[in-house]
Write a protein that binds this ligand. Structure first.
Ligand SMILES: C[S@@+](CC[C@H](N)C(=O)[O-])C[C@H]1O[C@@H](n2cnc3c(N)ncnc32)[C@H](O)[C@@H]1O
Length: 343
């Protein structure tokens, strides 16, 4: 099996990607009203910066989301019918013109998605506790003076219309891409926590890049795409989504505005080979430990996997075929990865 990974240095508001060619989108855009992204939004629409400078918070918020709306319209165009889009986004708290307020980015994106005809599915609350001493906002201990501490982000889950229809060949790949019963129980929980600190960012650095931990796209890609599918990240940054796709046997397309990220993405893809092997072999070890625990408790899993030497809990897991990346070739903008079956 082979996958391809293609990087476009460009603007996701005009994605050079064919309509209906992407099975899954996993992304994290610049966050409106979070200061580290003010310059990026102002570069994309000077009105955003003008509103901020004039103390017009709601207008700045709207100008920034108008930029993202164009990228979401492209996402809706390039997805296949039934394709899923996962958007990691945090809300912003900020004082503008002396007025403290929450700017609810996730709510605004859901509204935009609904206007585009996307189906909104249950989302994931990603809890990211902070140890910062100044995490409590507002003033002191008197009623009405303080604000709730924000220690979570969202992973919004959207679908283009109804459920995806699979061809015969896609049904085979889908069965091979089954996740384990116990993984389903953790991954499809509405609360994710403890995922910090596993970032993939290279020299651009997690702080400056806003990269998410590898575990986030690694899970999402396996939850919503089959091996061989194509995953798009329209805000590629350091290439974490592309790396997760490569690590799990999915092809990818990344769009990133800043050319400085190109060598970082190349490095992420090369490292994804070793990471993909390690994470997939860890899945097998974890599953075998799970099975051993069940057997010890007298609750032996009911099915035997056809392609592996372990048993599984459900009929849908029987055809699972784990693969690990063997090597990646190419120097950009397109890379190719090859895989070995995992016994
Ligand atoms: C939050 S970061 C993404 C981080 C990424 N998930 C990672 O793990 O590295 C958002 C990225 O989108 C890029 N960006 C912003 N506007 C863009 C646009 N219109 N088209 C393409 N990329 C854009 C920024 O340069 C930045 O690298």
């Amino acid at each position: 099996m082979r996958t391809t990974h293609h990087l476009v240095i460009g603007d996701s508001r005009r994605a050079p990607v064919a309509s209906g060619s992407v099975h899954l989108v996993v992304t994290s855009p610049p966050y409106p009203m979070i200061e580290m992204w003010d310059d990026a939004f102002t570069a994309l629409d000077p009105a955003a910066g003008e509103h901020l400078a004039a103390g017009r918070g709601p207008e700045a918020f709207e100008a920034m989301h108008a930029v993202l709306d164009k990228a979401w319209a492209e996402v809706a165009r390039v997805l296949i019918p039934g394709g899923i889009c996962c958007i990691n986004i945090g809300d912003a708290t900020r004082s503008i013109g002396g007025e403290f307020a929450l700017y609810s980015n996730h709510a605004r994106i859901l509204t935009a998605a609904q206007r585009l005809g996307m189906t909104v599915l249950p989302d994931i609350l990603w809890r990211k506790p902070t140890n910062a001493p100044n995490k409590f906002m507002g003033s002191g201990m008197l009623p009405g003076g303080a604000y709730v501490t924000y220690e979570h982000e969202y992973i919004l889950v959207l679908r283009k219309g109804g459920k995806r229809v699979y061809t015969a060949a896609e049904k085979v790949r889908r069965a091979e891409s089954a996740y384990f019963w116990e993984e389903r129980n953790a991954w499809f929980s509405d609360l994710w926590q403890g995922l910090a600190g596993t970032g993939q960012a290279g020299s651009v650095g997690r702080e400056r890049s806003g990269a998410f931990p590898f575990e986030v796209p690694w899970r999402l890609v396996q939850m919503y795409a089959s091996q061989g599918d194509t995953v798009l990240d329209p805000f590629a940054g350091t290439g974490t989504t592309m790396a997760a796709a490569l690590a799990t046997g999915r092809s990818s397309v990344g769009i990133e505005r800043l050319p400085a990220f190109e060598p970082v993405i190349a490095e992420s893809l090369v490292r994804a080979v070793a990471i993909g092997r390690e994470r997939t072999l860890r899945r097998v070890r974890d599953h075998e430990a799970f099975v051993a625990t069940r057997v010890a408790a007298g609750k032996v899993p009911a099915y035997t996997a056809s392609n592996h030497a372990f048993s599984v809990m459900t009929r849908q897991e029987r055809e699972v075929q784990l693969r690990v990346p063997a090597k990646v070739t190419g120097a950009g903008p397109t890379w190719t990865a090859e895989y070995e079956v995992c016994l």
